[in-house]
Design a protein around this ligand. Structure first.
Ligand code: NAD
Ligand code: TYD
Length: 398
């Protein structure tokens, strides 16, 4: 057993890796496999949960480009976790992957003890609204119970740090604008004091986790920070979400499903801008505070799909697919579909000096180019082959 990644870990010559078996049972299905748990020391890295997902992997790549410290990526590798995203840094001495579940309390404790992180950036979550409508069990388990475990273990770990470590430690919880519910046309964007009104099981599970984070700061003094961000798009996004799904289907001449009348509005932000905002909050944010992050880029879903179609037309690929707009199909609406999200990001701009670098046009250009240039990634993800790749490289079963 053991693939390239772990051979490399062994070469660091520090500690023996231990094999483990896992079976994840949920009412939505059962998955089992085997993996490795192993450790080697790094100087005060940050611990990132969910770092093999869309935003987490962009964050880790950006962190290693922009910061000096190391990163431990703690991820369960659900269908949404793809280590292929991080293949370019797999042998970077400042990066280590740890396969684990945030609900596994003993293992979370062990990881914190062994790695001594200076901060936790908590991305791990079930993140797709449609899946939460179909079956919410994993959302309750990971988003609520998992966040509870992370908070409990972070609290115990933090309480035992020496004074300087205690002073420096942060628990940054990554959340969403969806906790605030839906806006009517013309209503001002959500701000940090907007009352919570989550409408989907996903949003409700994230709202519950936000409340727990707030309580652990208020009651126990845990140095928490919370970020609530609008819809992200960019490289490595799993093609079950609107923008990557539209690009991938348009390329292949497949239908482009638009829910309901297509006039639901989202506020879009390029993923790298979100990652920069998280780094700004981590380094300069005020403990116990919440920061809303958004792109001031409200678009209807139909506008998004039409933007992708026009870009694909300009590329003048397969003439038979021209104009791509003809691939649009209106399908049954999502149950409880929120009509409009918009973020008021003035607090983070004013207090931390953050602002998005990308416009919608430049971000979409980068995103479309990335998906067209990374056809192999797309093929592996859409065919499920990425799980085989991870199995070969990381001794996990597909
Ligand atoms: P994603 O679904 O792409 O990735 C989630 C990652 O978490 C995966 O790597 C998965 O393997 C891991 N994970 C899931 N359950 C786990 C568990 N029990 N233990 C350990 N790891 C587990 O999600 P994303 O789009 O990258 O979102 C990351 C975070 O940002 C989430 O908390 C989400 O709520 C939040 N967020 C997302 C958006 C967006 O537009 N995608 C916007 C705002 C906030
Ligand atoms: P999505 O990318 O799932 O993000 P979220 O639900 O978190 O906002 O969906 C974005 C919007 O696009 C949402 O209003 C639902 C809509 N949508 C479609 O119209 N067609 C699709 O195929 C998908 C996946 C989403």
């Amino acid at each position: 057993m053991g693939g390239k990644g772990f051979d490399w870990l062994r070469q660091t010559g520090t500690e023996t890796l231990r094999p483990f078996l896992f079976t994840i049972k949920g009412t939505c299905g059962t998955r089992s496999g085997r993996g490795w748990k192993g450790f080697y020391p790094m100087d005060n890295p940050i611990l990132v949960t969910g770092g093999a997902g869309f935003i987490g992997s962009n964050f880790i790549l950006q962190w290693l480009r922009q910061e000096t410290g190391g990163v431990i990526n703690f991820d369960k590798l659900t269908y949404a976790g793809n280590l292929r995203n991080l293949a370019s840094i797999a042998t970077d001495a400042r990066y280590q992957f740890v396969h684990g579940d945030i609900v596994d309390r003993d293992f979370v404790r062990e990881v914190l003890q062994r790695h001594q992180p200076s901060a936790i950036v908590h991305f791990a979550a079930e993140s797709h609204v449609d899946r939460s409508i179909h079956c919410a069990d994993d959302f309750i388990r990971t988003n609520i119970e998992g966040t509870f475990v992370m908070l409990e273990e972070a609290r115990a770990y933090w309480a035992n740090l020496a004074a300087a470590g205690r002073e420096r430690f942060r628990f940054l919880h990554v959340s969403t604008d969806e906790v605030y519910g839906s806006l009517g046309p013309g209503e001002p964007g959500f701000c940090e004091t907007t009352a919570y009104a989550p409408n989907s099981p996903y949003a409700a599970s994230k709202a519950a986790s936000d409340h727990l984070v707030r309580a652990y700061h208020h009651t126990h003094g845990l140095p928490t920070l919370t970020t609530n961000c609008s819809n992200n798009y960019g490289p490595y996004q799993f093609p079950e979400k609107l923008i990557p799904l539209t690009i991938v289907n348009a390329r292949r001449g497949k239908p482009l499903p638009v829910y309901g009348d297509g006039l639901n509005v989202r506020d879009w932000l390029y993923v790298e801008d979100h990652c920069e905002a998280i780094r700004a909050v981590l380094s300069r944010g005020k403990v116990g505070e919440t920061y809303n992050i958004g792109g001031d880029t409200e678009k209807t879903n139909l506008e998004i799909v039409e933007t992708v179609c026009s870009a694909m037309d300009e590329l003048k690929g397969d003439a038979q697919l021209f104009p791509h707009k003809k691939l649009v199909i209106f399908v049954k609406d999502r149950s409880g579909h929120d009509r409009r999200y918009a973020m008021d990001a003035s607090k983070i701009k004013r207090e931390l000096g953050w602002a998005p670098r990308e416009t919608f046009e430049s971000g979409m250009r980068k995103t479309i180019s990335w998906f067209l240039e990374n056809d192999e990634w797309v093929r592996e993800v859409t065919s499920g082959q990425y799980r085989e790749w991870m199995s070969t490289h990381y001794a996990l079963e597909p």
